[in-house]
Design a protein around this ligand. Sequence first.
Ligand code: GLN
Length: 495
Amino acid sequence: MKIHEHMGYELIEKIKNKELSIQEIIQSHFERIKGTEQLVHSFVHLTEDEALKEAKKLDEDLKKGKSIGKLYGLPLANKDLICIKDTPTTCCSEILKDYYPPYNATVIERLIEKGGAIHIGNTNMDEFAMGSSTETSCYGTTYNPWDLTRVPGGSSGGSGAAIASGQAIFALGSDTGGSIRSPASYCGVVGLKPTYGRVSRYGLVAFANSLDQIGPITKCVYDSALLLEIMAGKDPLDSTSVNRKVDKYTEEITHPIENKILGVPKEFFGEGLANPVRTSVNNAIKKLESLGATTVDVSIPHLEFTVPTYYLLCMSEASSNLARFDGLRYGKMSDNLTGDVFDVFSRTRGDKFGTEVRRRIILGTYALSAGYYDMYYIKALKVRTLIKNDFLEAFKKCDSIICPTMPTTAFKIGELIDDPIQMYMMDILTCPVNLAGLPALTVPCGFDNNQLPIGFQIIGDYFDESGILNIGYQLEQELNLYRKIPPIKNGGKKK
Ligand code: GLN
């Protein structure tokens, strides 16, 4: 087996046993990147020199018997909206192209500075994380490693594609309405969106603060549990992070699941769900039953209102958050300036934000404006509470909820980009989780006739990451799909 085909936990064992050095591992991943990146385009910035230097240092420290952190120098790809000191963090937007953060995000402090992972580059994403296909990036799209004519999902599409194609062992994503789970599902890897407040958002460029969470994208559930164990927990720098014990996820995932009660929400299996997705998810449910879990019907009656509610709220929050990017406080000023300070602001924002970001700022500003505030923003907040209550009701009957992650497999590049409503509808099964603030995991559960991966979603009660990782791990072991490697080809052509 090639180095990049291993799971993270296997490489850690090999480093401990002195079978492999950290330098060999980092080098082999950069070789893999060189061989695949032209086709996949997962990265917007690579840090090869720094990474190799760090690998050398960690190998030396290890020889001297020093402790080098639980992640043993394994390669980590960072989504381009999580701040790393003195490294470009651009949110894949023209407006931030020259931005070098003066500080590290808390997750970077925990995973890299203390955990010992090595940063190998920043990954492509939809501009400011607004999108479901990674097509709105100012650096161009990322291609799905399973079929290069298709999108990798979004907005963390670069992270999903990097993990699927063996370019990195760990990747970070952020999930506001599905941006970790959509690419993980479309790329056939594992994505975890933690409970709101489980992981610090300090240093994450905000899209919609009340919904955003950072989480891991990995090849397998164990690696996801390992990253969460290190990155979770209270952070004094983020007042919304919650002071609760961090569980021993890597130990708890192996527990048997025979006493679990799993809720199947009928609304998540409605029309619009592609047949191969339905079949694969139903097969996975049978597997979980064969492992001893009991399934019960549950209902999320307000599911049909989740997409409009989510979009009203995220656009309103985005319109306020993105006000700081005006060329003066943050962001690069437009080159063709003529008039006064208002002209500087409006030209800079008009020139440097992409179409989707501008659409959201305008709609969000409208929803928050005097006269419309009650009708749109406040109403959406009330519906958000109804959706949350649906989940609270469902969790009275079950431990976790199981359903598909995405309604279809990966769609073609260009297919939905000019049809925002259809694109927004792709989030129907992921965004309810963010509105309620719950944790959710996606694990691959099969393939359609085009050999495109299908994701299985496990939604947990608040702070029950341990429970969903446990179910995900048992399902993964049973299905044994996690070593499948995408072909990364399409008859030699990209499109
Ligand atoms: N697709 C959703 C959106 O465009 C989700 C984005 C996200 O989770 N960052 O808003």
